[in-house]
Each structure stands twice: as C-alpha cells, then as structure tokens.
Design a protein around this ligand. Sequence first.
Ligand SMILES: C[S@@+](CC[C@H](N)C(=O)[O-])C[C@H]1O[C@@H](n2cnc3c(N)ncnc32)[C@H](O)[C@@H]1O
Length: 200
Amino acid sequence: MARMSIFERWLVKSPIRAWLQRREVRAFARWAALPPEASVLDMGCGPGVSTALILDTLRPQRLAAFDFDPSMVDLARRRLARHLHEHDLDLTVADATRMPYGDDLFDAVFESGVVHHIPDWRATLREVGRVLKPGGHFCFAEPSRGRLRRGMYRILPHAVESMFAPEEWRATLAEAGLEVEEPLHRLPLWDICGVATKRG
Ligand SMILES: C[S@@+](CC[C@H](N)C(=O)[O-])C[C@H]1O[C@@H](n2cnc3c(N)ncnc32)[C@H](O)[C@@H]1O
C-alpha cells in the first residue's frame, strides 16, 4: 500500500487543506440529496476534518469514517472526541479495497484525494458499489493521471498503477454498478469530481 510523503502528510493536516475541504463538503451536499436519517461513509478520512464537516453540515443519523493510516485515525478520534458519545459515529482503521462493512449499507460515500493513492483503485470502486444502498450516491474528488503529471503534483510521489484518466474512472464506476452524473465537475485541487449513483 502506497504511503504518503512527509510533505503530503503535512499538507493534508494544514489549514489550507481544511479550508478547501469545507468547499468540497459543501459541493458534495449540493450534488447528492440525502434522505432523512441518512447513513454516510467518509472514505480515507485522514485527520477527520471532512468527517467533522460532514457531521456539522449534513447531520447524518449514522456516520462511519476510516483510513488506512492508524496515526490519521488517531487524529480524527481526537478531533471528534466530544461527538463520539453523542452521535452514531464509527471511526476505524481499514483498507478501502476491503471495507469492513456489510452490503447495501450507506446512502452516500464521500471521498476526496484518496483513490489515487491506491494501486488497486478498481477494487476500491467495486467496494464503494458494494457498500452503497441501491440509489445511494458516491461523491468523489480526484486528480486525473494528466493532472498528477503537471505542476505541484510532480513533487508528490504517486504510483503509476494508482493513476487513471477520466474515461477509465467512468468505465470502472459503470462496472461497479455506479452511474456517473455528467458532466464531471472541477474543484481547486481535483479535475475528476462529481457524483455517481448506484443502480437500483
Ligand atoms: C491525500 S490524503 C486525503 C485525506 C483526506 N480525505 C483529505 O481530503 O484531506 C489520502 C488519504 O488516503 C489514505 N489512504 C491511502 N490508501 C488507503 C487505503 N487503501 N484505504 C484507506 N485509506 C487509504 C491515506 O492514509 C490518507 O489519509
């Protein structure tokens, strides 16, 4: 499993990233209409900034968040400590290619900047398709292979196998039973952004 460089770990914990995540969670809230009493998954939650924003903005009835890196999950637990007893909130260390959740469980899965770190990214998208309820939404924000080869991304190491083009992303979502709403969007760091819905 690819590990992030020290610089990228610092970036993920920085106030700039937190500011950008606020915009991302607001965009996700616009793109995906959630039912009342929604069950939501924050995949690759990092230090839990997105998890806290999802809790505040969307107020799901159940929120699960996980990351592969135990030190990130520790940070998320500390950030969300006061919510852990008040809400149905589950924070855990897990691998996105083998999620520890049952089938058809979540109304929405959110992720930003996670899948392009995972060499078996296709297995991750299959897992998203498995854990979503029929009609559930997958909100994503990722950099394409093209973007990872330009600008500031060139100083951040990424495995060739974990990169994808927008058309590969769309095709793999379709194979996982997820229909992409067109057109894809753009957010400041990401050029593959949008929502895909699990076929009922
Ligand atoms: C660039 S950070 C993004 C973190 C957070 N989503 C954000 O937007 O700031 C990528 C995150 O993906 C996590 N990650 C990498 N591979 C993973 C895997 N196989 N399963 C779960 N999380 C993974 C890393 O530990 C890291 O926290």
